[in-house]
Each structure stands twice: as structure tokens, then as C-alpha cells.
Design a protein around this ligand. Structure first.
Ligand code: TXA
Ligand code: MG
Length: 324
């Protein structure tokens, strides 16, 4: 059931649900999560079932503060310390050595755990009042576009979630940056709102970007992920107009307003008339879902510049467009 996040009874029910091993979907600043007590392996197993997520794809553990962090990791080095001071609470997930009390199912058997303090007030209240670290992947069926509203969660997972806390649309709109701190150099495993540039400013030029996805241990980096049912092609530049064969229903997701008339497209959506990258990120997943509802033969999407948040936007679009 969907309940308003600012309703105290709904929050109390959500807290009880987490403690009892149930599933709660809650807003974060990035996307909606599907959460459970991270130390309860049965509850975690239900997340994999509900999402139809393969068990080799580990979950992100959310914590309320540094005290809770110490319950799920064995070591916080100096790099993590500086990153935590600079970016938490916020959209940065750190991969650190796992504490033995975190069940293997949560980390897919890895000796590491991905962890962050989210910035959303509802998420923080749920963590604090339940007193539990909360394992939460994005609240969508595996492989589909992540949810940025409570209704998206409902559309994708139906009534399989015990409680959905509705805190309104997510302000960032793309998933957190994932940074591994267990290798020789810090390595970005997934682009997000904390950009490579931000990370290099803090840790220096040795921050690496992970190579082409292996697709084995990191399904968030699987080539085809975050995907719509409608086939997607990314145009090579803003303003490019593809050939539309007669009889084909084709959509265009434009980033900013174009003067041209686009009546060859069955549907056109403009993400940000002013071309602001934060607006594009915030609206992207909802727009992809709307486009998917039109049952188009094909969807074309304009690209954006790949710096800052633009890198995360292009990463998600490429995975969405990857050949099926
Ligand atoms: O913004 C976010 O990160 C959202 C909100 C809910 O916090 N969560 C999210 O979770 O996007 P999910 O499960 O959709 O993506 C988590 C990614 C997966 O690709 C997984 O492979 C990776 O994190 N991951 C989790 N644990 C890991 C680990 N120990 N080492 C490397 N990658 C890990
Ligand atoms: Mg996900």
C-alpha cells in the first residue's frame, strides 16, 4: 500500500515492517529503494524474489550514521573518511570490506559491501527509527527503468511490497555513484550525481573509471539494464533527425527545446527546455516510462555532454539502448 511519507502512523508501520523482516519501499534523493533489514537473510531473499533479481547481483546497504556504518564494514580507511565527510549523506555509495555479520546473500558472497547514507529525510528517519541498516536496491523489476515516484514502484512491483512510503518525486533522478575503495586505486563502478571530477578534486587524478563491464559480478553494469520495452537509439548529436519510415510510430525524447517542427514523430517530449542537466536527470526515468506506455516502434533520444551529471545520464541511456 502507498502511504504518505510524512504520516507518522505510516512511518511507524514502515519501521515495524522493517523490524519484522518485511519489505518497505522508500524515497531517496536518487531513486526509490526496496528495503529490508540488511542483517536478516530471509528478508533479503524476498527482495531478490520480488525484483526477480539474480542472486549474483549484490545489494546496497543504507546506514543512518557512522556508528551504523561500523556494524556493516570492518574498515574505514582515510580515503573513505574524507569522502564521507565531503559527500554523506548523499548520492555516493562506497564499496568497503564487509563485516562478517552482513549475510552473504546481501553481498552475493563478495567480501565487500556497498554502503551509503542517503540524504532523503524519510529514508533517514526510517533508518534511525528502525535502528537497522537497510539493504535496498532500486524498487523496480530487475533490468527495467528505476522508479522515481511511489506510483512507479506500484506500477512495477504491485502489492508485493508491504509498505510504500510516498515522499514525492526524487530530486536527483539517477542512481548513486558507486566507488570501490578496495582495489589499488579508487575506482568508479557506476557514474552518478557525485561526478568523476568531484572525486578527483578530493582524491586526486588516480581515481579510475571501471573498464568495460564484465557482466558477471556487477549486473548494475550489465550492458543492457535500465531498459525500456521500446527499442531505443541515441542520436549522434542534438538536433539530428533520423529517417522515419512511413507507417512506423516513432518517438523523440529531446533534451532541450528545438525550433524545428517534428510532426514526423508520433510523440515528442522535451526534458528541459533550458537544457539544464539537473532537470534532465530528474525527469529522465519518468519520461522513459511515459514513452514506453505509448507502445512506439522505436524511440530516439538526444545525447548530452558527458561531463558531471551528464556522464550518469549518458551511461543510463547507453545501457537502455544496448542491443537486446
Ligand atoms: O541510488 C542508489 O544507489 C539506489 C538507492 C535506492 O540507494 N540503489 C540502487 O541499487 O541503485 P541497485 O541495486 O539498483 O544497484 C546497486 C548496484 C548493483 O549494480 C550492484 O551490482 C552494485 O551496486 N553493488 C552492490 N554491492 C556491491 C559490491 N560489494 N561490489 C561492487 N558492486 C556492488
Ligand atoms: Mg537497480
Amino acid at each position: 500500500m502507498i502511504r504518505p511519507a510524512d504520516d507518522l502512523e505510516a512511518m511507524a508501520l514502515a519501521v515495524e515492517t522493517i523490524r519484522a523482516g518485511g519489505l518497505v519501499s522508500f524515497p531517496t534523493e536518487t531513486v526509490y529503494g526496496l528495503g529490508c533489514d540488511a542483517l536478516n537473510p530471509k528478508a533479503a531473499a524476498r527482495i531478490f524474489t520480488v525484483k526477480q533479481r539474480p542472486t549474483f547481483d549484490p545489494l546496497i546497504v543504507h546506514v543512518a550514521d557512522r556508528a551504523m556504518l561500523r556494524r556493516v564494514v570492518t574498515e574505514v580507511g582515510s580515503n573513505a573518511d574524507r569522502l564521507i565527510d565531503a559527500f554523506w549523506p548523499g548520492p555516493l555509495t562506497l564499496v568497503l570490506p564487509k563485516h562478517p555479520q552482513v549475510p552473504d546473500i546481501v553481498t552475493a558472497g563478495l567480501p565487500t559491501v556497498a554502503v551509503r547514507i542517503p540524504a532523503d529525510p524519510t529514508a533517514l528517519m526510517l533508518l534511525r527509527l528502525s535502528g537497522r541498516p537497510i539493504a535496498a536496491p532500486s524498487a523496480n523489476p530487475f533490468g527495467y527503468v528505476s522508479p522515481t515516484t511511489a506510483q512507479h514502484v506500484r506500477d512495477g512491483l504491485g502489492d508485493q511490497v508491504d509498505v510504500v512510503l510516498d515522499g514525492g518525486p526524487c530530486p536527483i533522478g539517477v542512481e548513486s555513484t558507486i566507488l570501490s575503495l578496495v582495489g589499488a586505486c579508487p575506482e568508479v563502478l557506476r557514474a552518478g550525481a557525485v561526478s568523476l571530477e568531484d572525486l578527483r578534486t578530493l582524491l586526486g587524478p588516480r581515481v579510475q573509471v571501471a573498464g568495460p563491464p564484465s557482466g558477471v559480478t556487477m549486473p548494475g553494469t550489465l550492458t543492457r539494464h535500465y531498459a525500456t520495452r521500446t527499442p531505443v537509439t541515441i542520436l549522434s548529436r542534438v538536433g539530428e533527425r533520423p529517417m522515419v519510415p512511413p507507417g512506423r510510430r516513432v518517438g523523440l525524447l529531446a533534451l532541450s527545446k528545438s525550433k524545428e517542427c517534428d510532426d514526423r514523430f508520433a510523440v515528442v517530449e522535451v526534458l528541459s527546455p533550458g537544457g539544464h542537466v539537473t532537470d534532465i536527470a530528474r525527469r529522465l526515468f519518468a519520461a522513459l516510462r511515459r514513452m514506453d506506455e505509448h507502445g512506439l516502434d522505436h524511440l530516439y533520444v538526444e545525447p548530452c555532454e558527458e561531463t558531471g551529471l551528464g556522464a550518469a545520464i549518458m551511461d543510463r541511456l547507453r545501457r537502455c539502448a544496448a542491443a537486446r
